[in-house]
Design a protein around this ligand. Structure first.
Ligand SMILES: *[C@@H]1O[C@H](CO)[C@@H](O)[C@H](O)[C@H]1NC(C)=O
Ligand SMILES: *[C@@H]1O[C@H](CO)[C@@H](O)[C@H](O)[C@H]1NC(C)=O
Length: 299
């Protein structure tokens, strides 16, 4: 009897061990081995999808755009732009989506829908792990292969204004940056004004190729009072005005014969009905992705 119960106990213990191991393996997926040397090179380019031939490894593909502006609005939910209220919240953007030279998509954010893992996912193209949530507050420099590193290696001059998580992930990549802190969640005005104050002068200049803006105010409003609060509409209208300002500046800079610009509006994740995020519900994972460029056909 004694022997049988101890065998049973060890069996249960082993089973528990396997269970815990299986859980940890799923919850904390093994990260891709990251090292500086694992950055892709031109010779690693995949086969051209249309021709099926190998790319010419001694020559870079021709660029399609002259400059790119990426405007990321934290917690921008898909229905804030594409939904029935979108016409009221973001009239200019909505008009461009429906009538302008644009492509728009609903982008699905992989959980965990938290800013730092989402920035990593957007720039590396890999799936974030749950371990990233734990490290959300203290993000060390990103060593995996990523768009920002590749752009810098290709000699692109980048400017960044907004959530200082970017500055910590990409410490020496930007020729100019101004990080705003997301520490004071009750502040939804200064975090955005600190980004917008640079726009007038930066948009006039010609010394940059990529401009990245990360606006935090909307996310803070979500955390304070949810997606149906009376603060949401004025904030979205502010974002709409900023997009209009950038779009007009890019149009006025457009020169005959040079490559067109590309303006991207996106979110890093959405917002649940209570205004939080992190999970995998539809309003949290669906974000708008709007691409604007005269290179696209007018609708
Ligand atoms: C690759 O590009 C170079 C430079 O334009 C050219 O000389 C070479 O013939 C090309 N190679 C192939 C395989 O197309
Ligand atoms: C905005 O900028 C001012 C002056 O540079 C700075 O003192 C303040 O902390 C910034 N606010 C945020 C939220 O980053």
């Amino acid at each position: 009897m004694k022997v049988r119960s101890s065998v049973f106990a060890s069996f249960i213990l082993i089973l528990e061990g396997i269970g815990v191991a299986l859980f940890l393996r799923g919850f904390f997926p093994v990260p891709l081995k990251s090292s500086i040397s694992s950055k892709n090179k031109l010779s690693d380019l995949p086969v051209e999808p249309l021709t099926g031939s190998s790319p010419n490894s001694s020559r870079l593909p021709q660029p399609l755009f002259k400059r790119v502006v990426i405007m990321l609005v934290d917690a921008l939910r898909e229905d804030f732009v594409f939904g029935p209220n979108g016409r009221m919240y973001m009239p200019y953007t909505r008009h461009l989506v429906e009538r302008g030279s644009s492509y728009s998509f609903v982008a699905k954010a992989r959980p965990p829908t938290v800013t730092m893992p989402r920035i990593k996912a957007l720039t590396t193209g890999t799936i974030p792990g749950f371990i990233d949530v734990v490290m959300n507050l203290n993000s060390p420099a990103l060593l995996e292969d990523n768009l920002i590193w590749q752009a810098k290696a290709a000699g692109k001059r980048m400017v960044f204004y907004g959530d200082d998580t970017w500055v910590r992930l990409f410490p020496k990549h930007f020729m100019e940056h101004d990080g705003t802190t997301s520490f004071f969640v009750s502040d939804y005005t200064e975090v955005d004004n600190n980004v917008t104050r640079h726009l007038d002068s930066t948009l006039k200049r010609d010394d940059w190729d990529i401009l990245i803006l990360h606006y935090l105010g909307l996310d803070h409003i979500g955390h304070i009072s949810g997606p149906h609060s009376s603060l949401i509409q004025p904030k979205l209208m502010e974002m709409d005005d900023i997009l209009k300002k950038i779009h007009s500046a890019l149009i006025s800079k457009e020169a005959e014969g040079s490559l067109p610009y590309l303006l991207v509006l996106c979110g890093d994740h959405g917002m649940s009905e209570t205004g939080s995020h992190g999970g995998s519900s539809e309003p949290e994972i669906n974000t708008p992705l709007v691409l604007l460029s005269p290179a696209f056909k007018r609708k």
